[in-house]
Structure formats: C-alpha cells, structure tokens
Write a protein that binds this ligand. Structure first.
Ligand code: ATP
Ligand code: MG
Length: 686
C-alpha cells in the first residue's frame, strides 16, 4: 500500500464487486491498476485469473514491467493485454463454434483493402478504404451485413453494406478475421454459447480496465459478459480524456456503469502527481468550457513551476528550429539530462517530418512513435506472409504475397485463372492447387509450378512443426531464405545497395528474434503468453501474425519522442512541446462552424479533450507553439493561433518567449555550455 493515497487505497482494497475510478489526468489511475493486481494476488486470487486490459500493446508491455517490479515472478501469469489481444485468445481457444480453426489468420489493413477491392469490383484504393471505414464503424456498433443493409440511409450506405456481405463471405472462406472481428466475434461467442461464457466467467477472478472512457459499445458488452453477475471488475477512466469518439468509443459506457451496476463503488482521485500547478491550471482552464459528465477538481503539490510558454513562429521550419533550440537550452540549463525527457506532440502524423529534419540536423536522436513500425516494413511483411501461410494455408492474401515474393515464374495471369477456378469451386487458392480438374483451365507447366509451390509450403509446414530451440530454428530460417532467394530478391529490387543491405539486416534481426522465441526466452508482448520452455517454429509463427499487425517493437531508448496526441495518451514526459497549435489543425478544421450543429459542437469538445490530453502529458515544462503561416497541400496560408491557447488563460506577462533574441541567446548559451563541457571532458581525459 505504500505509494498510494487514501482514495487509491480504497480502490485497491475493494475487490469483491464493481469499482469505477473516475479521475483526471495524472492522478494515479493506472497506478491503481498495477497495485490492485498485486493486492489481488496477495489476497489469494491466482495470478492467471487476473485480466488487465490496456488501450495499446505498448501500455500492456509497460504495465507488465511495472507489475513485475511490484510483485515479482507471479506477474508473468497475469493476463495483461488489449481488448484485441484478448479477442485473439478467446477465438483461438474457443472459436470452433463460429467455424474458426485455431490457426485462423488476422488480416492487416492492406489485406483488407485488397479483399474489399475484389469484393466490390474496383481497383480504386480510396473507394475501398471508404468502404473499410464504413464497415468498421458498423462492426463496432455490432451490426452484420444484413443489419447494416436494413438500416442503410442512402445509396452509398447500401452499396457499402452489399460489399460488406461479399467481404464477410470471403473472410469465412479464407479462415481470416479483421481487427474489428477480434472484438465482434468473441462477443458473439460469449452471447451465443453459454458453455464458453461460463468457462470464462469462472476462469476470471477479476478484470481491470485502463482508459475505460475510450471503450466502445461492443467492448463494454464483452466486459459485461466476461465478469458475469458478480461484476468483479475495476474500470479506471477520465471522461475528459475521451478522444476516440471518431472510432466509435462512447462516453455512454461511463454513464451506463452506475445504471447497470447499482452496487458500483465509485472512487474519485483529486491529487495530480504528474504536473506542476502552472501546467495543471492551463489544463483545467482548457477543459473548463466542456460540459461536465462528472465534476472533478484536480490539484498538484509539486509547486507552481515554470510558466507555460507560448512560442510564436513564422512558419513550420522556424517552429521546428525553435523547438529544437528550446530542448537544447533546457538540457544546457540542467533541467533535463536525457533526450528521452522530451516529447514533441502534434495533431496529425504529417506534421512530424519538419521536426525529424530539424532533429537530424541538430544530431539529436529521436523516434516517431506510432509511425512506421518495424513490422510495417515491406520486407518484414513479406516474411510474415510466408509465416501466415505455414500456419494457415487457406489464407489467400498471404498465399498471393508469398507465391509472388520473390518471383518464382508464376505470373498474374496464372494466378488470376487459379483464383477464378477456386472461386467457382469455393476453394481457397491453396486448396485449388491439387484439384484434379485444375488441368482443364491451366496448362501442365503452370499446374506443375503451382503444385511444386504447394509441396514446398507443405514441406516447410512439416519441418517448422518439428523444429524447436533457438539454434535449430535459426538454421532452418537461414536455409529457407536461401531456398526462396530472398536476399537476391532484395538486392535486385532496390535501386541502392545501401537500402537493400539495411532491409537484409532487418530480415536477419527478425529471424534472430523468432529463433529466440523458439528458445523460449522471450515474452510475447501481445499478451499471448509464452511459457519458458522451447517452442516449435510453427507455434511461434502462429503468434507472429498477431504481433506483425498489432505491436510496435520499441526499445526504451534514450531518444526524443515525436508522437501524435492520440498516441500520447496515458504517457508522461518531463518536457513537452505541443506544436502546430493553429486553428484548422488543433482544433481540426470545423467546416460547418458558422452554422453550429450538435455534431460540430461534439467534435469541438473532442478536440478540446485532445488538447487537454496533450497538456497533461507534461511534468515539469510545457511549451505550445503556433505559426503565422502554414502549409496546406502545396499552398502556404495565413494561420491563426488555436483558440485553445487563449483558453489556457496564461499570464500574459510571462508566457511569451521573445522570438529571435531569445533564440540567439539560447544558442550562445548552449554553445558555451557544450564548449565548457567538452573542455571539461578533455581535461578529464588527460
Ligand atoms: P492518465 O490519465 O494520464 O492516464 P493516470 O491517472 O493513469 O494518468 P498515472 O500514470 O497512474 O496517472 O500516474 C501519474 C504519475 O503520478 C505517475 O508518474 C505515477 O507514478 C505518479 N503517482 C501516482 N500515484 C501516486 C502516489 N500516490 N504517490 C506518488 N506518485 C504517484
Ligand atoms: Mg493512465
């Protein structure tokens, strides 16, 4: 109980019924969850019967770390994962009644786009993505294709619903599910199959949910079914930080809790342990205009601290330059030691580029969080397609990628014919390879090379199943890459040798990483637990499909973080720069603002919450910057400071950093300090 205030202790100690911790940013909600895991174990609940649900895989990994240092080895058994990873677990174990084999595939967005193109008979990716968006929203609302069609409001929605129908049929044929299915299908399973529901309710001793305000209706239903009548769960959240409304998250889930659980215990936390009073005041001021679902007051005992700064800039390049200068001066002042103490937060991904360039120029290490992750790289996705095929040969998208990467003399025409043939006989592409009548549509040579590919895959499957331990796995993977000629494929396809070499290094890294998992030494960060015994390659490949699409592999490096506001939720940094605070970006453009509507007001409120999330990431210092001009597509347009800057109600006397003069002074100061430091280092070296 050390390190918890009284209200936190109350939440941690209440273990026998439903509990809601409702509190503002930085008040220790996540801390309540980690400590409660420990308390539950201490009180006799077996670790494996505790489920903690986080919003991202990264948050899950972090929580596992914290739990480990708090409780020790038992923490390993606790299931800590996202709703999606939980869905995978449920479906792998109990998906049979829905017609799913345990080795089903999980499609990534690219796969989904290409299946939708096919299902809707279009080659236009933008159209397909629009369908994807619509289908996803429907799925999140718990509607199937028929229900979507029944409620379609216009021609556009009717078309989307019909495409959805064909899309669903294809997914069934491919033994595949998309991200939304990872929530929708487990829910269906729990609703329709009492035995499965009973099993999980019995298994789970307590369920804890972080970032509860960003759950959607389906996730809430799932939670309800998992905990059953006893309602042993703890949800923690902050209605002021709900920023995923656009993805179907709903604050109704917060309102429903007290209605659905009359015995609900509500705990409020009021002390913020993260930020100084100056930062917290700015945050409270910004969120103040929003309607209050639950009144809250937040205070900090960390002192007034540095005033929040507003940085006026001419344009984006100037802004990037100034932000970098600010970081350098904070370091030079000794207010920060490490680069990892800094974060640059922005509204939209495309804003990162200028900051990346400025940081590179200044030779400051950084990472783009939520940007292109290791697993999004083309070479890794190539390999993952092969792995998926080992695991589930009926996975058509994986089949198509593997059979053409590297090229093996099987052309698009042959594959097209194979596809038609498979469609006609309702077979997967792989299933069609060995059909006796394939010879009636393809010549003997084509059939021969297709079947040879099929046998090759089967052989790999067989051998992967019988290969375990790190050494053997490494040997196997090396041989496989040689067999398919992957290294040559990279060098042939890449215009620069350097690029090819870096891709090949990624491939080697990936194989090494897989091999280690076969040795049983690496934890599976997706929450699908790996025991510490050796695993065979096929088992490892099974979890990769999920990992390849769901997790970012990120080490805790000493680098500056560049992140979108959305991806920054739940995290904290000593020094935060909130950039691009201009009208049209933050708040995002509200086209219909002259004629205020309910929808527009709600969007503005969500933008304000996003600003609140950004401000409350900062521990010791916060700067918000804006530019007088900004790029919009190819044009440069005049820009206005975000209304949120005014709403922060900062003390005008102290907030402005003098533009050029201050920068010059900072530079001189920095140059002097680093020269001094170098001199000192040189002296020490002597
Ligand atoms: P957010 O709303 O941003 O997710 P949160 O409510 O989950 O924030 P935490 O991340 O749990 O807040 O805690 C914020 C910071 O305060 C962390 O650094 C945490 O270690 C610290 N903290 C929380 N509770 C206490 C406490 N009782 N004593 C000291 N420090 C605390
Ligand atoms: Mg938190």
């Amino acid at each position: 109980m050390s390190g918890l205030n009284l209200a936190q202790q109350e939440a941690v100690n209440y273990m026998h019924g439903p509990c809601l911790v409702l509190a503002g940013a930085g008040s220790g909600k996540t801390r309540v969850i980690t400590h409660k895991i420990g308390r539950l174990i201490q009180s006799g609940v077996e670790a494996r019967r505790i489920l903690a649900i986080t919003f991202t895989n990264k948050a899950a990994a972090e929580m596992r770390e914290r739990a480990k240092s708090l409780i020790g080895r038992d923490a390993k058994e606790v299931v800590i994962c996202t709703f999606h990873a939980l869905g995978v677990r449920l479906l792998r174990q109990d998906g049979a009644p829905l017609g799913l084999k345990p080795q089903f595939s999980i499609l990534d967005t690219d796969d989904v786009t290409s299946i939708l193109k096919d299902a809707g008979g279009t080659t236009d990716a933008a159209t397909a993505r629009q369908w994807q968006w619509g289908i996803s929203l429907w799925k999140n609302m718990g509607l199937n294709a028929a229900q979507a069609l029944a409620q379609a409001k216009d021609e556009n929605e009717r078309v989307t619903a019909m495409v959805m129908q064909r899309y669903e049929e294809r997914l069934t044929a491919y033994q595949s599910v998309d991200f939304d299915d990872l929530i929708g299908m487990p829910l269906k399973l729990l609703v329709q199959h009492e035995d499965v529901r009973a099993k999980w309710q019995q298994l789970l001793g307590h369920v804890l949910v972080d970032e509860y305000q960003d759950t959607n209706a389906t996730q809430y239903e799932m939670l309800k079914l998992l905990v059953g009548d006893k309602g042993r769960f703890t949800a923690v959240g902050d209605d002021d930080q709900s920023i995923y409304g656009w993805r179907g998250a709903t604050l109704d889930n917060l309102k429903r809790l007290p209605q659905d659980w009359p015995q609900l215990k509500v705990v409020k936390l009021e002390q913020n342990y993260r930020s100084t009073s100056a930062i917290l005041r700015a945050a409270n001021n910004v969120i103040q205009p929003n309607p209050k679902l639950f009144p809250k007051t937040l205070f900090s005992e960390l002192g007034e601290g540095e005033p929040v700064r507003v940085v006026d800039c001419d344009n984006e390049d100037h802004e990037a330059e100034r932000v970098v200068a600010r970081m350098q001066s904070i370091r030079a002042n000794g207010m920060a030691k490490d680069w990892k103490d800094f974060a640059v937060l922005y509204r939209a991904n495309h804003q990162a580029r200028v900051f990346e360039q400025a940081l590179r120029k200044a030779q400051i290490p950084y990472k783009v969080s939520g940007g292109q992750s290791f697993f999004d790289r083309a070479e890794i996705r190539d390999l993952c397609a092969w792995l998926r095929l080992w695991v589930n040969e009926d996975d058509d998208p994986a089949f198509l990628r593997a059979v053409t990467t590297p090229k093996r003399g099987i052309g698009h025409q042959t594959l097209g014919t194979l596809g038609e043939f498979a469609g006609k006989y309702k077979l997967s592409l792989f299933g069609a390879l060995f059909s006796s009548s394939l010879g009636s549509v393809l010549n003997a040579r084509a059939v021969g090379s297709l079947q040879e590919f099929g046998r090759f895959v089967n052989d790999l499957q067989y051998r992967a199943r019988h290969t375990s331990g790190a050494e053997d796995a490494r040997a196997f993977l090396t041989e496989w890459l040689k067999d398919i000629g992957y290294e040559k494929h990279l060098y042939d396809g890449e215009e620069s040798e350097k690029l090819a070499a870096s891709r090949w290094t990624n491939v080697m890294d990936f194989c090494d990483w897989m091999a280690q998992r076969c040795g049983g030494t690496i934890d599976d960060t997706a929450g699908v637990q790996v025991a510490s015994e050796k695993k065979n390659l096929l088992e490892v490949a099974q979890t990769i499909a999920l990992l390849s699409t769901l997790t970012e592999r990120e080490q805790d490096q000493n680098v500056v973080t560049l992140s979108t506001l959305h991806a920054s939720k739940g995290l904290e940094w000593p020094h935060v720069m909130l950039v691009g605070c201009v009208e049209g970006l933050l708040p995002f453009k509200l086209e219909d603002e002259d004629k205020p509507s309910e929808g527009m007001l709600q969007r503005l409120q969500e933008e304000r919450r996003l600003m609140y999330v950004g401000i409350t990431r900062a521990q010791r210092s916060l700067a918000v910057s804006w530019t007088k001009r900004r790029k919009k597509g190819r044009e440069t347009i005049a820009a206005q400071p975000s209304r949120f800057i005014a709403e922060m109600a900062l003390n005008q006397a102290t907030v402005k950093e003098d533009p050029r003069e201050k920068l010059k002074a900072l530079r001189a100061e920095f140059a002097k300090k680093s020269a001094d430091a170098q001199a000192a280092a040189a002296a020490a070296a002597k």
